[in-house]
Write a protein that binds this ligand. Structure first.
Ligand code: MV4
Length: 501
């Protein structure tokens, strides 16, 4: 593998380019008209224009991406997350074109993409699922209404093609069910072109805990422990941490072993995630599998010391995993805050505009994965995440203090961000105590504007704006030369060694 095309944008494209560069692999970026100035385009060895800003006309154009791949003579495609990452037809087209898709087989993507098939497949492999409808197939409303009382209320109607909560309905009684079936099917039909639904008993007040797994082409499947992802709003995760403050070593090992079984049930290869619901009594149930690298993968990297992207590339080269299950140890604690361009004081409304000035936190135990820089414009075309702030420390408490420090250092001028939300969360006693579930942000956590602080902040903001505009008139430029590639690096080392003989 000499050259990899990255079929993505933003921080994840940058993350993948960095791994390739460290491995001495050349990179090809693709970009939309809105991303001409993007960081991933600047960092890649080569870059090709896909088309207009909307995703359908750019990052979702599988045909164009495959053409570019052939033209650029790239031998592999890394899809990142979102866009084409979980499209089985795209993975299949790559294979047909003789291009390595850095991810699972099309058949694994398909088996997990259909949520009812996924549920049945893992259930038959001995993975616990929430009680609900069994076997796959398109059940008519009459049949679902007959089964519902046997499952018991409250229950959930879920879309087969679902994920992300679309087409999901809570049902409290049989009387209200026909109407809810109709609206769930309607929503699923318009979102996925598939109105098929199934039923599950509602698990109330559960946590969302997921297990990272990784598998090579030689039958080795290893789990890398859990990430706690319960801090979310409207199915958008906001904070992830590892290890989960809710799990003990015994439960962690059991969930890990079950996750491995779930992955094996679809012949899984490469990095993937098994999502579980964990209830108050520590019962856990399979929810779904994400057949891709995830946004929150860095928290796992921080506690295990494993570079997931490099490991994905290693697997795609046909090598065995670089570690065994017994080599995987949890070291310390990591937390990730997703920094989004949105206004937390105004219903998390998206905020767009040019980043006039920014200062990213650095220092011990701090990692920032971002695709933006001062001068870059945040447009409404893509998701609003502008960076991931990840901290590591030896204990969870120290990691929270470090995250507070890092959030304080973070400066961004030009767009509003959800940093104040994260600061309030780091100050919340419930978060500190690890006492939260998936309803926490929407039901218990209220975000209030502090009048006094706000007026002081607007004065500071005015002073900073003046400073930024002053600075921009007296910029200095410096160029950093790129290192030569491997071959000449070796020659250089040889010369150096001869000199010192
Ligand atoms: C559930 C559930 C409770 N009981 N299933 C939400 C999206 C989809 N991935 C599955 N989801 C849920 N399924 C049963 N049987 C609660 C949720 C759920 C949820 C799950 C994970 C993270 C956040 C959530 C927020 C609301 C509901």
């Amino acid at each position: 593998m000499k050259k990899v095309l990255i079929a993505n944008r933003g921080e994840i494209a940058v993350r993948i380019i960095r791994a390739c560069r460290e491995l001495g692999i050349e990179t090809v970026a693709v970009f939309s008209e809105a991303d001409r100035q993007a960081l991933h385009v600047r960092l890649a060895d080569d870059a090709y224009l896909l088309g207009p800003a909307p995703s359908r006309e750019s990052y979702l154009r599988a045909d164009k991406i495959l053409d570019i791949c052939r033209k650029a003579e790239a031998d592999a495609i890394h899809p990142g997350y979102g866009f084409l990452a979980e499209r089985e037809d795209f993975a299949a087209h790559c294979a047909e074109a003789g291009i390595k898709f850095i991810g699972p087989k099309p058949s694994s993507i398909a088996a997990m993409g259909d949520k009812m098939t996924a549920r049945e497949t893992v259930r038959k492999a001995g993975v616990p699922v929430v009680p609900g409808t069994e076997d796959v197939g398109n059940m008519p409303d009459e049949e679902l209404l007959t089964i519902a009382p046997k499952i018991g209320f409250p229950l959930l109607i879920k879309a087969t093609a679902g994920g992300g909560g679309k087409g999901m309905r809570e049902v409290r009684s049989l009387e209200e069910m026909p109407e809810l079936l109709k609206s769930a099917r309607r929503e699923a039909e318009s979102a996925f072109g598939d109105g098929n639904v199934y039923l599950e008993k509602l698990v109330e007040g559960a946590r969302h805990i997921e297990i990272q797994i990784i598998a090579d082409e030689h039958g080795n499947v290893v789990h890398l422990n859990e990430r706690e992802c319960s801090i979310q709003r409207r199915h958008q995760k906001l904070i992830e941490e590892a290890p989960s403050p809710f799990l003990d070593d015994e439960l962690r090992a059991r969930m890990g072993a079950v996750a491995v079984k779930a992955a094996q049930s679809v012949d899984y290869i490469n990095a993937g995630t098994i999502e579980f619901l964990v209830d108050k009594d520590k019962n856990f149930y399979f929810l779904e599998m994400n057949t891709r690298l995830q946004v929150e993968h860095p928290v796992t990297e921080m506690i295990t010391g494993i570079d997931l992207v490099k490991e994905q590339i290693r697997i795609s080269r046909g090598r065995t995993l670089s570690f065994k299950q017994e080599d995987v140890k949890i070291n310390g604690a990591a937390i990730e805050c997703r920094v989004n361009a949105e206004d937390p004081f105004n219903g998390f409304m998206p905020s767009t505009g040019r980043i006039a000035h920014s200062l990213m936190p650095t220092g011990p135990g701090v990692r920032v994965d971002t695709g933006v820089y001062p001068g870059f414009e945040i447009t409404p075309y893509y998701d609003p995440m502008i960076s991931k702030l990840i901290v590591w420390d030896e204990t969870r408490a120290a990691a929270i203090l470090r995250m507070r420090r890092a959030l304080e250092e973070y400066r961004i001028i030009g767009v509003k961000t959800n940093i104040p939300f994260h600061q309030m969360m780091m100050d919340s006693h419930r978060f500190m105590g690890g006492q939260y579930d998936t309803r926490f942000v929407e039901e218990r956590f209220s975000i209030q504007e502090n009048e006094e602080a706000t007026s002081a902040y607007s004065e500071i903001a005015a002073i900073m704006a003046t400073l930024v505009s002053h600075q921009s008139t007296q910029r200095a430029a410096q160029f950093v030369k790129r290192n030569e590639r491997d071959a000449s690096n070796w020659k250089w080392v040889g010369r150096w060694e001869r000199m010192h003989r």
